[in-house]
Write a protein that binds this ligand. Sequence first.
Ligand code: NDP
Ligand code: GDR
Length: 349
Amino acid sequence: MADKKALITGITGQDGSYLADFLLDRGYEVHGIIRRSSSFNRQRLEHLYIDPRESGAKLFLHYGDLSDAEALSHIIYNIRPDEVYNLGAQSHVRVSFDMPEYTTNVTALGVTRLLEIVRRSNHNVRIYQASSSEMFGSATPPQGEETPFCPRSPYACSKLYAYWMVKNYREGYKLFASNGILFNHESPRRGETFVTRKITYSIARLLTKKDRHLYLGNLESKRDWGYAPEYVEAMWKMLQQESADDFVIGTGESHSVQEFLDQAFAYADLDVGEYVKIDPSYFRPTEVEVLIADTKKSEKKLGWKPKIKFNELVKIMIDADMRAAGLEPLGDGDEILQKKFPHRYWTSD
Ligand code: NDP
Ligand code: GDR
């Protein structure tokens, strides 16, 4: 039987790169959509890339953009993927307040473009939509599949629009399209402007005297933080179900930004008071206070449960940033990974 083909939008991002690792390890032929950029932005994929002219290449990259329906349809008609994972988005909540229209175009309307192309192409494709816990916004925790949504940012509104379009295309046109409502998940490949990675990256810079301070915004909000490589397996599992459905994915535990900061600085033996300052420009006009996943449905139906706990995530991320900065990692992070994932399918970081 021919290898299954997957198409990933957002393949250069944190989740896209781990998903590419995961699917290649399972024998998939993987196609990814990349955007033209004035400087190289494929670092997260470098360890996977084999020149397509060489035999054995199973990862292929195509120029496209979620705002460009013509390019998207060209790619989908040519590849005819079995599975499409839509991970591409303007994914930064704070930035979405500065660029609400652009965020809507890419994060919301991009999904309509994809769904329409798949519907018109009239072939069997399974679609995964990267929905977000941000859609719950100010809804009382814990938040599960039945919790009413209450979005608090242009990003969250865009994701909610996309979520409903996926449901409508599933019901109206019988497309196999599933929403994975994922709570925050982090890793050494997390973008440096999201708060967890900002903290761990900054610790390495403080230790190497490249920075003197770390500037942060609201330390009181609480998030359900998990480990990204585990979350991409849940995405794949959703598309292997008998029928399309929506699933909440998270750890069921919540911690404040302050707790992440304290644990990270304590692990690196640095003093928060000496280095951390508050910069109100990082505050958001409307904030999401507390997110905690209710994971009963995904545990039961997908058999998915995360292995990495909050304090372990902090150590894994700091060790990776220390190594990248040329420092000797403290070691606990590596030990945790070796113990919990003796056969890691992702080969970098
Ligand atoms: P990242 O920000 O790391 O990656 C976003 C990806 O989207 C990048 O590959 C980026 O490309 C691409 N992208 C941005 N704009 C466009 C566009 N106009 N057309 C095509 N691609 C575009 O996000 P994550 O990997 O963390 O998240 C993956 C998805 O999951 C996103 O949709 C995010 O909103 C959602 N999500 C994430 C969660 C998390 O905790 N990480 C939780 C819940 C949902 P480029 O490299 O060129 O910028
Ligand atoms: P979030 O992640 O908004 O939950 O969205 P982020 O790490 O940006 O913020 C988490 C919390 O930390 C507070 N915070 C700061 N945030 C950033 N980025 N920078 C700071 O300096 C800072 N200081 C405090 C924030 O106010 C917030 O309360 C992420 C993204 O990956 C989305 O795409 C995804 O959908 C959700 O997670 C689930």
